[in-house]
Design a protein around this ligand. Structure first.
Ligand SMILES: [Fe+2]
Length: 190
């Protein structure tokens, strides 16, 4: 089975029943990633697989540290023996280092999942941050506003997203530039 088909099926199995909204979101992020294939070349498959699986660590039965990027990466590594780069992408998606630092988990994150392929981490962040919780395309500014209003001003996630914002915007701009240079059009950019 191709890696992306395996990822899609695993994400469906883990998320669909108990976390239907996360499953909707994951489908949108997965489709977004698949649409980046023209600019990713040989990396298209692993990026799409990581997008389908990026939020798998939210599943109740996977909770270990309570931080979903690490828990998802561990589950893929330990239970499924998944490709090392795939586990690292899941563990580092969308500025995970910032929230890991806030939660005292940065040494665990970087110790177990050294960050590499910043270009692919950026592409995954782009897909996550231009897809709504219901799996629809939206602008990065609307996505940031949506996260802030969902968690509220005093939540740790809002604090982290505020710190991550410049990095998220830079990732989105970088992918948008690559798309523009390749003449690829996606919905809801800017
Ligand atoms: Fe996500």
């Amino acid at each position: 089975m191709r890696q992306v088909e395996w990822a899609r099926e695993l994400a469906r199995k883990v998320l669909e029943r108990h976390l239907p909204r996360r499953w909707e979101h994951s489908q949108g992020v997965g489709r977004r990633a698949e649409s980046l294939a023209p600019i990713l070349g040989k990396d298209a498959e692993i990026l799409a697989a990581s997008a389908w699986l990026h939020d798998i660590g939210y599943a109740l039965e996977l909770i270990d540290t309570g931080f979903h990027p690490i828990d998802g990466g561990r589950y893929l590594r330990d239970v499924h023996g998944a490709d090392e780069l795939l586990c690292r992408l899941v563990a580092h998606h969308t500025c995970a280092e910032i929230e890991a630092g806030q939660r005292g988990l940065l040494d665990i994150l970087t110790g177990e999942f050294p960050k590499e392929r910043g270009d692919l981490v950026e592409a995954l962040t782009f897909c996550d941050m231009t897809t709504s919780p219901d799996g629809l395309p939206l602008t990065v500014m609307d996505r940031l506003a949506e996260i802030r209003s969902r968690y509220g001003p005093d939540d740790e996630v809002t604090w982290c997203i505020n710190r991550a914002e410049p990095h998220i915007l830079s990732a989105v701009r970088s992918v948008e530039t690559r798309l523009a240079l390749s003449d690829v059009r996606l919905d809801c950019l800017v």
